[in-house]
Design a protein around this ligand. Sequence first.
Ligand SMILES: Cc1ncc(COP(=O)(O)O)c(C=O)c1O
Length: 261
Amino acid sequence: KAALDADEDIKAVSVVHNETSTGVAAPIEAIGKVMKDYDALYIVDTVSSLGGDYVDVDKFGIDVCITGSQKCIAAPPGMAAITLSDDAWAAADKVDSHTFYLDMQAAKKSGDKNPPQTPYTPSVSLTYAMNEALKMVMEEGLENRVARHHKAAKASVAAVKALGLELFADEKVSSATVTAVKMPEGITDADFRGTVRDKYGVELAGGQDHLKGNIFRIGHMGNISYKELVQTFAAIGMTLKGLGAIEDAGAGVASITESYL
Ligand SMILES: Cc1ncc(COP(=O)(O)O)c(C=O)c1O
């Protein structure tokens, strides 16, 4: 709000809803309320939240909402979805330096045809995969799916603490779809994630850039349930005990079972 008040030339505000690299969620509904008083477009990256956390595009006043196929929707990677409000279409109409593949007007012109078309060759196999994944989302129900993600996040946070590990993100802003954990003192990323992967068959994400080696990330987005979390926390517990970092290898698993009882 302060930045928008200080500069009336600001054309757009863009926010990443769910910071996948750190496990932090931004308050997109609250930011949307501020944005309603300004002409600037409100652009939200929901790549790792749509389908796993609350994203009510119209209610939150989002002008441009972008997501990917491969995260909470759980389709293969390679496809993006985008919504544009009337204001965003008006802005797109004023763009005269067109690209081809990302030309929104060309997409609209073809999409408005009956039946709808794409301006260029569509990825047919990915479209089938996305369609099937979205059917699964609708069968589960969006509310249920979001609640399931929140439950997995809460269970993961509790299990991390039960193992005596420290969360990277403040719990008040922690993500519904990925939990970032500080690497325990004296343990290297290669030893820890390498063992979790090679010995126990679970892939954890590492930190990026300056966080490389300092955190690891547990993804709980898409079609995951307590089963994957039990396996993941078993692998983490056994690895940390093997490396001499903790006493009780099963504390994380015990916590997951309590969370899902
Ligand atoms: C929040 C967020 N935005 C954008 C991207 C980029 O998505 P893609 O790699 O599909 O281009 C990612 C990928 O991990 C992401 O997590």
